[in-house]
Design a protein around this ligand. Structure first.
Ligand code: GLA
Length: 379
């Protein structure tokens, strides 16, 4: 058996991510405020001395993906596409990948909106880059991981997840400008508050198609604005006074999408300032406003998420709450006093179960460093 007595040459640790604020702004060239978390996917790699043959074992799915580097193509199985997509993109640029074996294990919940997909892509990209000395810079690995998701999975995602997974620094968030990819690390000094994720454990199946639809709707709004302002390249450069001029021309749904994106971009900048000055109350208020926009103007929330955000408002120890990530399920992120976490989780889980008949999973996270290389052996 390939995977018995497996002696790895290389171990890669690739985290998930949270996003404080700035949802659906990345593909509009706007701002985001994410960071990696202390939940990871672990990769154990070794070369197998063949030219083309690769075996990748996922412990979570208890499945082996076997592939020939000469004939890489999309699979019907979603998780395989994140890997195949990365191999394809990386091989196109370098043509230096040879046969390898890899074991993947994870303590990162899947489908919870904390980017297990970007973690998988970026861990694979960094692993192969290291194993075969491909010498690709981190920015290239980040972008090709995103391309893998576009071309093999079909989600036309932005750059936030891959950037956060690779570039994060412990105890900081990244204020990322998704147009220039300029970024600033901002220390997270929020004690005695903490970020608590509440996983709805639902993932409504429109997620990928509705995600792409939102992106198209933003592009449609932008096109109308560009007829008058051809110099504007993205919604990032549209302000509310410009948008207002198109109130009658843009259909109301598209108008709302643009309205949300413009406001959310401003909220990210404000939130970064609040974080620097320690104004956690103001930060919390922005989280609630962000959720209001995601629910009503961008329409990517769902009943389970809306309930959790609404319920949090009755607890004084919670300063803010909102849905996090692409939407239609996954987690809320809550800014909560650390002493209140236990009792709140007990209370909200019970009510959530009564209403939806689903278990709620709390996930406490700390801001952590991005994807890292460890050379120890698998045991
Ligand atoms: C998903 C995408 C990101 C981003 C978020 C929403 O996580 O992968 O690029 O668009 O949704 O903010």
């Amino acid at each position: 058996m390939i995977f018995t007595n497996f002696k790895a040459e290389l171990k890669i640790v690739s985290p998930g991510r949270i996003n404080l604020i700035g949802e659906h702004t990345d593909y509009n060239n706007g701002f985001v405020l994410p960071t990696a978390i202390d939940k990871n996917i672990y990769f154990y790699f070794k070369k197998n001395n063949s030219n083309n043959h690769c075996n990748i074992y996922s412990k979570s799915y208890d499945r082996i993906l076997e592939l020939d580097l000469e004939t890489v193509k999309p699979s019907k199985i979603e998780w395989e596409n994140y890997i195949l997509g990365v191999i394809n993109e990386l091989q196109n640029i370098t043509n230096k990948i040879k046969g390898f074996d890899c074991i993947i294990e994870s303590d990162l919940p899947i489908g919870a909106g904390i980017s297990s997909s970007a973690s998988l892509e970026c861990g694979m990209a960094l692993g192969l880059n290291t194993l075969f000395n491909l010498e690709q810079p981190l920015n290239t690995l980040i972008k090709l991981s995103r391309a893998a998701e576009h071309n093999y999975v079909g989600t036309k995602c932005g750059i936030m997840d891959q950037f956060a997974v690779v570039m994060s620094k412990k105890d900081h968030v990244i204020l990322l400008d998704c147009e220039s990819l300029d970024y600033e690390y901002i220390p997270i000094n929020i004690s005695p508050y903490k970020f608590l994720l509440l996983n709805t454990n639902v993932s409504h199946n429109l997620a990928s198609s509705a995600y792409n639809k939102r992106r198209e709707e933003c592009e449609e709004g932008l096109k109308i604005i560009q007829m008058e302002y051809p110099e504007i390249g993205s919604l990032r450069h549209v302000d509310l006074s410009i948008l207002e001029q198109f109130k009658t021309e843009i259909n109301p749904i598209i108008y709302n999408r643009c309205y949300y994106v413009i406001n959310e971009n401003s909220r990210v900048i404000e939130a970064a300032e609040n974080l620097k000055s320690g104004d956690l109350k103001a930060l919390g208020t922005l989280l609630y406003k962000s959720h209001y926009g995601l629910e009503n103007h961008y329409e990517v929330s769902c009943d389970e998420l809306d309930f959790l955000v609404e319920f949090s408002k009755y607890n004084n120890e919670i300063l803010g709450s909102r849905m996090m990530g692409g939407g239609f399920g996954g987690c809320t992120i809550n800014l909560i006093h650390e002493d209140a976490i236990e009792s709140y989780v007990t209370k909200v889980s019970k009510v959530y179960k009564d209403i939806f008949g689903i278990e709620l999973t709390p996930i406490t996270v700390s801001p952590s460093q991005g994807t890292s290389i460890q050379l120890n052996q698998y045991s």
